[in-house]
Write a protein that binds this ligand. Sequence first.
Ligand SMILES: Cc1ncc(COP(=O)(O)O)c(C=O)c1O
Length: 470
Amino acid sequence: MGHGHERRELLRDVVYERVRDRILDGSLPADAKLPSTRAYAAELGLARGTVEEAYARLAAEGYVVGLGPAGTRVRALEVSAPSRPAARHARVPSDGDRFAAGRGLPLGLGVPGLSEFPFEAWARSLARAARRTSRKELASTDAAGEASLRVAIAAHVGLARGVRCEPSQIVVTSGYQSALVLAALATVGPRGTAHVEDPGYPKTREALAALGLRVIAAKVDGEGLRVDTLGGARPALVAVTASHQMPTGVCLSLARRLALLDWASSRDDRWLVEDDYDGEFHYSGSPLPALFAVDRHERTLHAGTFSKSLFPGLRVGFLVAPPGLAAPVRRLSALVAPSVPAVVQRALADFIASGKLARHVARMRKLYARRRAAVLDALREHLGGRAVVEEGSGGLHLLVHWRGGPDDRDVARRGAAQGLGVRALGEYRLARASRQGVLVGFANVPERSAAGAVARLAAAFDASPPPGGP
Ligand SMILES: Cc1ncc(COP(=O)(O)O)c(C=O)c1O
């Protein structure tokens, strides 16, 4: 068989699977019209015949029916209907953000409890910001962010996270990702080395690798990032989720914090980037302040976001640079990641300065504490004998882990089929490990639904074959 033929078969299969999967997940419902073979081939840059063959196979297998000039339509199928939220989600292309997939579903991650979002108060802040914008302000832009918002953020991180800084040390970004990029470019540059937690947040390593940095995995244990596994590469940065390790939920111990700060301050080309994505949320004892707050050597850049304290669609985060890096970070921000719309920033400044953010966070913390307790209880009841439920002390998710049981990705897939948003620990890993686990978000789970959602998770766990099993 020639290569050309093989390639054509492969492409035909890709087209076939893409359409079939959309039919099975409900995003192409019964009677939906497929694009014409000509249009679809042009869109995909393929020969029309390849698409025709794929459609012919779909028709032969009964997924679609060809109606001649009237096109090709999806048949009414008795597919085991995916739960509605999953189907709705599948319509959102998730190519760019595979982590968007389980968002908003029960036990999913990444979205705070939005049912409690104070729409009225937020709308008032937005309206006020829009009304009070002067003509001069319509023209002015500050790439580092609106002065009023930087003042408000400085006060907020001081109170909430013990971070003492001047507004001039802050740049407002479109979320964590841009803050990370700025931090990396301002410190080690694209030829530097980045130590990332393993397991860790995939977007951190992917973004740093996309910038060209050499990315090295640093181990994580029950005290958080293992500082002794950092090598001697230079220049180097460490990206760390100190307050609530993503995904294990561990709070970096004081001893580790001091060791990490020691590591960073021992040379002038070592830096720390603190991803404080959910540091506002803690439920027992008093939380350790941010790493930035205890760094006397000015090696830490602190990235914060409003994605958890308010809502992810806001797309506002910030980076706090140590004084010596403030000017380079501002210059870089003007070049590669200018700030977000001024009216949104002024609204947020108003929301923070008037105390509404603090009130909202305090309220949500209480609500999350109850939701977390309900999910914890249910996890212990349904999975207690088979898996370890790791509490951590803060954040918006819990880790459930086990050894020797089913494959975690399989459990997460089966959970997804049950309409759950749980994620597999394996997705957060670089190195292979015997420990399996799932990440269970509780922010979006009303107490009364916790037991039901966790029971479905337990069913997914039980239905998943053990390793090497059938
Ligand atoms: C580990 C981690 N860092 C940062 C973020 C926040 O990202 P962003 O500010 O881009 O919404 C998240 C959100 O899910 C996260 O899980």
